[in-house]
Design a binder for this molecule. Structure first.
Ligand SMILES: C[S@@+](CC[C@H](N)C(=O)[O-])C[C@H]1O[C@@H](n2cnc3c(N)ncnc32)[C@H](O)[C@@H]1O
Length: 225
């Protein structure tokens, strides 16, 4: 039996071709991200003229909805096809950038330049290799939030952990045993712990869309004082 636990994967490990194969480039936007976009469109002051870090660019629907109003957008993805799609869509827009990077690998953090008014990640812990590298991602987010800035995540992602499906891009060092999925569930208690330990103010919002008021995911906002 392995003595490696979810506490520390022993990495970080390199991204290989298998880790970057494909993810959400041709999938429909998740309900979580649709909720983030709907919420932001109700509160344009949260992103207009702002610097946004978006973790998990997916099919590009979120950056496409906000691009015209942003000062800068940095998107992170572990999927090469997502990166290619992004580069096609935003070829002529200098303020829109994408980085192929493992969000749980602190060796990559120097490539993410500057501080942000808004950080969006609907799957904060869901794809983590281990607790240690998840904590390093959260420390990065906290460090890069400007004061008064907000990190937005979604309840569905807070309650979901990756079960080890390697048909899609995945985090190097993430073990494939499906029983580890539960270690990747942050949970509402975990979110509250994060908010307390980093002194971030935690609030819940439920954005409504007129035609389907019950279809929206709950969002959780962590605001830096
Ligand atoms: C379920 S998809 C969601 C895509 C999009 N955010 C949405 O909600 O529609 C997961 C996203 O997380 C990204 N991702 C997964 N593991 C990652 C990692 N270790 N580092 C960076 N991005 C990762 C994938 O590239 C993909 O964009």
């Amino acid at each position: 039996m392995s003595n490696i636990t979810f506490a520390d994967c022993g990495g970080p490990f390199e991204l290989t071709a298998a880790h970057t194969i494909s993810s959400w480039e041709s999938q429909p936007t998740t309900g979580a991200e649709a909720a983030v976009t709907a919420f932001l469109q109700q509160w344009p002051q949260l992103y207009t003229g702002k610097r946004v870090l978006h973790v998990g660019v997916g099919n590009c629907s979120l950056p496409a909805a906000l691009a015209d109003d942003l000062a800068a957008y940095v998107g992170l993805t572990i999927s090469l096809p997502e990166k290619r799609l992004f580069e096609e869509k935003f070829a002529a827009t200098e303020h829109m950038r994408v980085l192929l990077t493992n969000k749980y690998d602190p060796r990559d953090y120097s490539r993410i330049e500057g501080f942000f008014d808004l950080i969006i990640d609907v799957n904060l812990k869901s794809f983590a290799c281990c607790e240690k590298h998840f904590n390093q991602l959260i420390a990065l987010c906290n460090e890069r939030l400007k004061s008064g800035a907000t990190l937005i995540t979604a309840e569905s992602g807070v309650l979901w952990g990756w079960p080890g499906n390697t048909k899609m891009a995945y985090t190097p060092g993430a073990r494939l045993d499906p029983s580890l999925a539960e270690d990747r569930v942050l949970g509402l208690d975990g979110l509250e712990r994060l908010s307390r330990s980093f002194g971030l103010d935690l609030t819940c919002v439920v954005p409504a869309i007129r035609d389907a008021p019950d279809a929206m995911d709950k969002l959780w906002l962590l605001r830096k004082a």
